[in-house]
Structure formats: C-alpha cells, structure tokens
Design a protein around this ligand. Structure first.
Ligand SMILES: *Cc1c(COP(=O)(O)O)cnc(C)c1O
Length: 387
C-alpha cells in the first residue's frame, strides 16, 4: 500500500485491507487474517459487532456530536455503568489514553500544588503528549523531546526498597500500570503493592491506576488492579471502552470529585455520544452478557497451553505471563522471525520490547480460533528449534 503521504512515525504491516469481521481482518484478495492484537487492545468485541453497528447507527441518526454544554442520556448511562464497575465516584470523558493521563496529571497538580512530586515506574507507558510523556519512563519514547515537566520521578518496577526510599510526605501521586503493556506484560508484585499500601496510609499520596490497556475486562477482571489488595484513587481508561471509536475517561474517588471546577478542564470531542453508544454495548457485553467470565476461562486456557509449549521449547520461550487476554510470551531471541512466519500463515501477533510477543486478542475470540493460533505457534517454534 502506498505510504507517500505520511510522516513516517509508524512501522506498517504490508497488508491491503478491505474489510474486517469478528476476529478477522480481510484483505483485497479476500484472504482472512486472525487478528490477535485487535487494534492494539481496542477492538474488544472484534470488528463489525452487530450490536455496535446498531447502537452507533441509531445514535448518529438522532445526533452525533454535541458540545459539552449539553449532557445526554447515552453519556449518563455509560458514566453510571463505568462508575459502578469501578467503585469510583465521578468521571471526566476524554478521547484517548494520553488525554486521560493528562487530565489526571492536571488534577493531581491542582490538588497538591506545584512542589509535590509525582512518580511513575521504570518502563512505564502513559501516553505521548507532553504531560503523559513526562511520566512515560521508556527511554526510546522520550529521546529528543526534553525538557519534560518538573517534579516527576521514576521508581524502579517492583523494587520495594526503591519505593520506600523515594516516597515521603512530599509525594503527590504515583501512576501505575498494574500489568505493564508496552513494557512486555510485566505484572506488579503483591509485595510491591503491600508496601505501596503501607506508605499510602502514612503519607496520603494518590495511586493512579493506568488501566488504559489492561482495563474493561481485558485481564478477566474489570481492571488489572482487581487482582490486588488495593483501591486506586484515580483510574484511567481508554482503548477498549469506545468499542473502536475514540473514547477515554478519568474516574476519581469521592475525595477528588471536587478538585476541578467549571472551566478547569475541557475537551471538544470528549464523551462524543456516538462513542458513548458504542461504549455502552461494550460494557453490556462484557459485564452483563457473560463475556468477562469467558475471558477469564479462555485466558487461563490460553496461558496454560502456552506454558506447555514453553516447557517443550524452554531454550526459545523464556517466560509466559499475564492475565486473561493480556498475555506476554518472552523469547530468548527477537520476535521478528516468529511474527513474520505467523504473518505468512495469516495470523497477526504483536511484538513489544523487541523480544516479547504480546497477545491482546479481541475478547470475543473463541476456543477454536485460540487452538488454531496455538497449533501454528507451536509448529513455528518447533521449526525454529531445528535451525
Ligand atoms: C495505549 C496506552 C496509553 C496511551 O493511549 P493513547 O490512546 O494512545 O493516547 C497510555 N497508557 C497505557 C497503559 C496504554 O497502553
């Protein structure tokens, strides 16, 4: 496909797409590709889900965009559902993940003033705009873009002692992906979280859960933090919540409902009614029509099967980790050969951090499709082994 018009920020996959349905992308030759990263975790209900099509069509024939001078039923209904699955009190709708991070950064600054320090963890990813990038610790995303916001620091991932050393009465907040996505599916340890809880009690800082990739049922629970003994003060969502349309949100607890007042923050498109209509279908399917339980069950199956393959090819597969449909397969070599070979077999897998295969299948993927992936994956690995 011609790529002459675009500033070259992306590595493109060489498929000429014509359509998409369920867990499949379809190219112009009518070849079907099983998509195991689903718009990078966005297309939770797959492509062209009939209920999303219906909801979006109905909504846009009533009204599409309205300014945020108005509030509508569809926004109200989505907000109520999101808050009810999260134990949070109020929310602010955005269009994207990085905007959810920005909203939280501004709220934290407004609440604590300019001098208190905000932390993130090594290898974290919180977005690409300047505030979010100031938090994002991954050096390849930061290089060349200094200077960043001040009073932001980094704590080593899962390092309890590092946490203890850096957190004090001068700490405003810590941003955490409880399962790091871009970094290669790294799970925060229970030990780290209990130290975090202890320090939080003592110093009263905020815990901001970045659930932009891990939230909305991706891990088999509503949010990745649900796997831990912790309740964050702020939750950031985006990616899956819009069912393929741009939507995100910052959710806050009761103590933080009255930090922003009229005019303190805003967005033109955030909370777009059409996106919210799609979002309602996403939440209904996942949390009311049994999809969450399926993710939990099939996610465990997928991980167990991958562990069996790992045990056969331990010199190639170093680790299998993650929860639900957020799985990382760490290799002792770069992913490229395997990703390319799987692409030849019309199976799309994503590679992150150069040697971790990241699986983020649509939550609607079925067991047969998972088995098809597993058979091909094992076959590719077994052929590598002989080289
Ligand atoms: C994708 C992602 C973001 C950024 O979201 P955008 O919609 O690309 O701005 C932030 N945090 C995490 C954990 C993400 O996975």
């Amino acid at each position: 496909m011609k790529n002459d018009f675009f500033i070259p920020t992306y590595k493109r996959i060489d498929i000429d797409l014509a359509a998409a349905t369920g867990a499949y992308l379809i190219d112009k030759n009518n070849d079907k590709y099983l998509d195991l990263f689903a718009g990078l975790g966005v297309n939770a209900l797959g492509y062209a889900h009939p209920k999303i099509l219906k909801a979006v069509t109905e909504q846009i024939s009533n009204f599409g965009h309205l300014s945020n001078y108005f509030i509508t039923d569809v926004q109200n209904n989505l907000a109520a559902k999101l808050l009810s699955i999260s134990d949070m009190d109020k929310l602010f709708f955005t269009n994207s993940g990085t905007e959810s991070t920005e909203a939280a950064l501004k709220l934290v600054r407004k609440n604590f003033g300019p001098d208190k320090k905000i932390f993130s963890l090594t290898n974290s990813f919180h977005g690409r705009t300047y505030g979010a990038l100031s938090l994002t610790a991954r050096t390849n995303y930061r290089k060349g873009f200094e200077p960043f916001l001040t009073n932001i620091g980094t704590i080593e991932f899962n390092n309890k002692e590092g946490l203890k050393k850096k957190i004090d009465q001068n700490t405003a907040a810590i941003f955490i992906e409880f399962i790091q996505g871009e970094a290669g599916i790294n799970e925060v340890s229970n030990d780290f979280v209990s130290e975090l809880n202890r320090l939080k009690e003592k110093f009263n800082f905020l815990v901001v859960a970045d659930e932009i990739q891990s939230g909305i049922g991706r891990t088999g629970k509503a949010f990745a933090y649900n796997y831990y003994d912790i309740l964050p003060d702020i939750i950031l969502v985006a990616k899956a919540i819009g069912g393929g349309l741009p939507l995100g949100a910052m959710l806050v607890n009761k103590n933080l409902s009255n930090v922003f007042f009229q005019g303190d923050h805003g967005t033109t498109f955030g909370g777009n009614p059409v996106s919210c209509a799609a979002g309602l279908v996403v939440l209904e399917e996942i949390f009311e029509n049994g999809l969450l339980e399926k993710v939990s069950e099939l996610g465990s199956y997928l991980k167990d099967q991958l562990k069996i393959i790992q045990n056969k090819y331990i010199q190639i597969i170093k680790d299998v980790r993650g929860k639900g449909f957020m799985i990382g397969i760490e290799l002792s070599l770069s992913c490229k050969t395997i990703v390319d070979e799987m692409l030849k077999r019309k199976i799309l897998i994503n590679c992150t951090n150069s040697n971790v295969i990241r699986l983020l299948p649509p939550l609607i993927i079925d067991k047969e499709q998972i088995n098809y992936f597993l058979e091909n994956f094992e076959d590719v690995i077994s052929k590598l082994d002989k080289v």
